[in-house]
Write a protein that binds this ligand. Structure first.
Ligand SMILES: [Zn+2]
Ligand SMILES: [Zn+2]
Length: 291
């Protein structure tokens, strides 16, 4: 299983050169399974980076799974290249009690005067699926994409958010994507469920929007700190940690300092960078390569 980091910036894109190394695009991951299956997690402006990998493929069957529908996680959707391929099928999925809420959000995003082209004017076949919150468990997959099994866990964030775990039984690869989560707001049940979701995964990709020093003044903002990410990763027994959703004002100089501190605190931890590709395989599991 391969993961392309299309965007790792939180809240809003940044295009200035001082954000070029860690990247200014907002959240988007493109996952490619061993069987060639494609899964996109969130569709922030990092869709542009994912598009480069998708453009050559026609007739794609793409599942776009959302952690939640805040603007920084959906704003790249109107320019997803697969939506312009008449042979392609795109399924948009999120956690909701019904299709109505997510559909309305996407229709509002792709509707004049906010955007010139509605979803039904796009050539691809687009479908919606909702995962009822009550169906999220650590045992049964709630969605599948080819050979990829997807499980989820509710995480604390304003308006709600879901952490997704993706397993590939044919290779044993697994990772958890938990962007936009306020770990300090999680009660004991939430914590237990999330740690069970992460247990023994190859990789945890977690929201570390704030530094430990910033966090006390940001209660209720819906995000975690780098220190919390390391504590969660170690408690859950994951092999590697990549921290994402970098604060929009944290430029490359600051992030490089934070990255060094982070790596000194635990060699398995780094800050995620836009454009990086991570391959989850045996070598990673045995500690023979690093991220
Ligand atoms: Zn966000
Ligand atoms: Zn959010």
């Amino acid at each position: 299983m391969e993961i392309l980091f299309g965007g790792v910036r939180g809240t809003t894109p940044r295009a200035e050169s001082r954000f070029a190394i860690y990247g200014g695009h907002t959240t988007c991951l493109l996952v490619t399974g061993a069987g060639g299956e494609r899964l996109m997690l969130d569709a922030g402006s990092g869709v542009h980076v994912a598009n480069a990998a998708l453009e050559a493929v026609s007739g794609l069957d793409l599942l776009v799974l959302f952690t939640h529908l805040h603007l920084d996680h959906i704003l790249g959707l109107p320019l997803l290249t697969t939506l312009f391929d008449a042979e392609a099928r795109v399924e948009l999925a999120s956690v909701s009690n019904d299709n109505e809420g997510p559909c309305r959000a996407f229709e509002r995003l792709l509707d004049p005067p906010l955007w010139p082209l509605g979803l039904d004017a796009l050539p691809a076949t687009v479908t919606y699926s909702s995962v009822p919150p009550g169906k999220l468990t650590q045992t049964e997959p709630v969605l599948r994409q080819g050979n990829l099994e997807i499980r989820g866990c509710a995480v604390p964030h304003p308006n709600g958010c879901t952490g997704w775990r993706v397993d590939e039984p044919s290779t044993g690869a697994s990772f958890v994507f938990a962007t936009d989560m306020e770990w300090s707001a999680a009660g004991p049940k939430h914590r237990e469920a999330f740690l069970a979701t992460c247990r023994d995964a190859d990789l945890l990709i977690m929201d570390g929007h704030f530094t430990a020093a910033e966090l006390p003044d940001r209660t209720g903002w819906g995000h975690s700190s780098h220190d919390e990410c390391v504590a969660v990763a170690q408690e859950a027994g994951v092999r590697r940690l990549l921290i994402t959703h970098h604060a929009p004002d944290n430029d490359d100089v600051l992030l490089a300092d934070l990255d060094r501190e982070l790596n000194a605190s635990w060699s398995g931890a780094s800050l995620a960078r836009q454009g990086d590709t991570v391959i989850l395989n045996e070598a990673l599991r045995e500690g023979r390569n690093s991220l």
